[in-house]
Design a protein around this ligand. Structure first.
Ligand SMILES: [Zn+2]
Length: 384
């Protein structure tokens, strides 16, 4: 696959759609937790009828269960106000800028991480290492490790688990750790983390279970996402503006991006507190883009003003919230706040999360139309 084919690799593209659905239709209630603990007998699947079914279940039992779960979680964590920062689609998100800028973007990212004390985990798509730029791009990954960052597997070619047969998907993931595993091995380390492209964890419980068994057998642990800011949707219009030397539009996009990020961070904190009764250690998804390289200080200011202290992914994952049973199986690529909402049967305030500004969405849609990603999830159907 040519490098241009991985230009549209966006990990969290299903999340806000899912959150909106939860709010618009009042769903977001799965019966898995109840079935597991035997509190309620319900054969619901994820649909509007599920919601109705659960609403006729013994609400007192449901309420008591939620309180017990939240209370248990609240009393066992001392990790409020923390965030693990992760970057996907390494070595570089996008492919529209000249090769000479690859080093500039990487240097700006890594120096920003050091300046703000971030110990980031980056997730690699090794398809980006193919071609004439192979040595140079592997060199960029070495720089991440030399700067004290960690690397994980994001699939070789960023496939959709929803739309790829499991055997082919597993082959792609196995291929995706060859170079990164070697780089870590040179430093006496091994690759431990895997992040699902598009956050798609499996269209059926059988696929999900079989793939997670494969991950376990090969020493991988899933890297959840519990905070994101749709940065991928801003990143490509930004690249386009920079390429056209449109400094005014580039500045507008940076400003809109940081404003949106401020809203998104606040929304995730509120939603998590609403669900868990406290703030978990968040795991933030960003992409290794030119936009984030340019906005790193602004992003750090937003995290700091929200009193979120950077921690490693290894530290964040010890938060008990990530042990909440997540049995979702389906086509959506939901982040973990939505998954907690389903598991705990509590709604999240989807309407409070603002949409990406129309002008940004339109710019991104135009670029997508000109160079579509064959793996990206279908665009959502507008609500009536
Ligand atoms: Zn990705």
């Amino acid at each position: 696959m040519p490098l241009s084919a991985v230009r549209k690799i966006a990990c969290g593209s299903g999340r806000i759609v899912a959150a909106s659905k939860l709010n618009r239709h009042g769903i977001g209630f799965a019966g898995e937790v109840q079935r597991e603990v035997g509190a309620v007998s319900c054969d619901c699947s994820r649909s509007l009828s599920d919601f109705r079914c659960l609403r006729t279940a013994p609400l007192k039992s449901l309420f008591t269960l939620s309180i017990l779960l939240c209370g248990l979680i609240a009393t066992t964590s001392a990790q409020a106000g923390e965030v693990a920062i992760t970057f996907d689609d390494l070595p570089l998100f996008g492919g529209r800028f000249p090769a000479r800028e690859e080093q500039t973007v990487t240097t700006r990212l890594l120096s920003g991480f050091r300046r703000h004390g971030w110990q980031v985990t980056g997730f690699v798509n090794e398809i980006q290492l193919e071609g004439a730029a192979r040595d140079r791009r592997i060199g960029l990954l070495r720089q991440w490790l030399d700067a004290g960052m960690n690397l994980g597997n994001h699939g070789y070619s960023h496939l959709s688990l929803t739309r790829t047969p499991l055997e082919a998907y597993i082959m792609d993931v196995a291929r995706g750790g060859l170079v990164t595993g070697e780089l870590l091995s040179e430093r006496g380390r091994s690759e431990r983390w895997f992040r699902h492209p598009y956050l798609e964890t499996g269209p059926t419980l059988d696929v999900r279970t079989r793939f997670e068994r494969w991950l376990d057998e090969h020493g991988y642990r899933v890297a959840p996402v519990s905070m994101e800011n749709s940065d991928w949707e801003f990143a490509e219009p930004y690249d386009d503006a920079v390429q056209r030397h449109d400094a005014r539009q580039a500045r507008q996009i940076r400003k809109a991006y940081l404003a949106y990020t401020g809203h998104a961070v606040r929304w995730y904190r509120d939603a998590a507190i609403n669900l868990l009764g406290r703030e978990p250690a968040f795991i933030l998804l960003l992409h290794a883009s030119r936009l984030n390289a340019a906005c790193l200080d602004g992003l750090a200011r937003i995290l700091s003003s929200n009193r979120l202290t950077p921690v490693t992914l290894d530290q964040a994952i010890t938060d008990p919230a990530y042990a909440i049973a997540d049995r979702y199986a389906g086509p959506d690529g939901d982040e973990w706040v939505t998954r907690w909402s389903m598991a705990l049967e509590k709604e999240i305030p989807g309407d409070a999360l603002p949409d990406v500004p129309d002008e940004i969405a339109a710019l991104d849609a135009n670029l997508e139309a000109a160079d579509p990603d064959p793996e990206a999830p279908p665009a959502p159907t507008p609500s009536p």
